[in-house]
Write a protein that binds this ligand. Sequence first.
Ligand SMILES: Cc1ncc(COP(=O)(O)O)c(C=O)c1O
Length: 400
Amino acid sequence: MNIEKIRADFPLLKKTGVIYFDNAATSLKPQCVLDKMTEYYTEYGANIHRGAHKLSVRASQEYERAHRIAAKFFGTKESEIIMAFNTTHALNLVSYGIDWKTGNNIVSSCIEHHSNLLPWMYAAKKNNLEHKIVESDLEGNFDLEKWQETIDNKTQLVSITAASNVLGCMPPVKEIGKIAHDAGALFMVDCAAAAGHIPLNFKKIGADFAAVAGHKAFGPTGTGILYASEDLVKKEVIMPAYLGGGTVSDASCHDYTLAHSPDRFEAGTPNIAGVIGLGVALEYISKIGVDNIRKHDIEMMSHTFKRFGEILSLEYYGPRIPEKKVGLVTFNIKGMDAHDVALLLDETANVATRSGHHCAYPLMKFLGVDGNVRASYHAYNTTEEVDVMCDALEKIARAV
Ligand SMILES: Cc1ncc(COP(=O)(O)O)c(C=O)c1O
């Protein structure tokens, strides 16, 4: 993997000189994605599936092409890729699209992002279901027996993250999915922090539904993906949460016939430029190779741990084995507020990190902290940049 060449593809890096370690919030965008979006707006910027004129036809073709690219990327059929506005939207499309049965339960875990907790809590409250939580240890390791004990024949859905945005750990999704399916439950995977960092094939994982953040995978903001298995769509296990333009194949004043997937789930004018840009972003990742990004994440984590070990007042969270993590780490300097640390990193070393609760209040409570600082890496980051961050952290820690 040629990091210098990759860095040259990201204009923001050159323009700002920033050390961008906030990739788990949203990644930077390569020039090819920006160019593709400009191409849409300047050459064929019409609406899709609504016009016979050539601009609309071209826009529709490019939009559909993005679905095909995503399907290839995640090992699914094209009709199983539903374009959403972010991961949260994709998860909510499932929580609002399922016919929940009173008395059933929904199972998720203590390490989830709010987006993979609150939609289930809400669905449970509204429909009188139980929302059950499986706990991990403090590093995010799960005991599969706990999943076995918690999931039962009343479990309607199990939803788990493929990678924690705080601990960086990667739960055994395939095994958890098998337990869910053996009990007759649906299985959903939140891939926000995983897509583009670890190889993901939704069929091989055994997911019924999966949510992806396009914007964390070099795609434009306002892009995400919901994968919904064709079989479950056909059986109407999941129905559209929204209806309107583009979702039906016929309608009278009193009735309608739903269009096929993905159209039935993509109501109204979508983020056309964004989706087209996302297609190019996924192609760009494929060219680098997800396996290469995975190797790079491991190298970045090895170096981070080596340097972190030299800073005595640093507390850090999640597994300490690089292979057990995606490329992110959260930490605190003893006696300092996480936001102050992040501000000092920004001001003294031009290092952009994220600080706070990372939309994971339950996990913060479980870890016994109010918040922490997160450094999250992507393909353009270097070990030299980790050194700059760690040198700055050493200075900050000495000043406490
Ligand atoms: C694990 C995880 N799930 C869900 C989300 C929500 O993603 P989005 O901002 O795309 O809705 C995030 C974002 O940080 C995340 O890291």
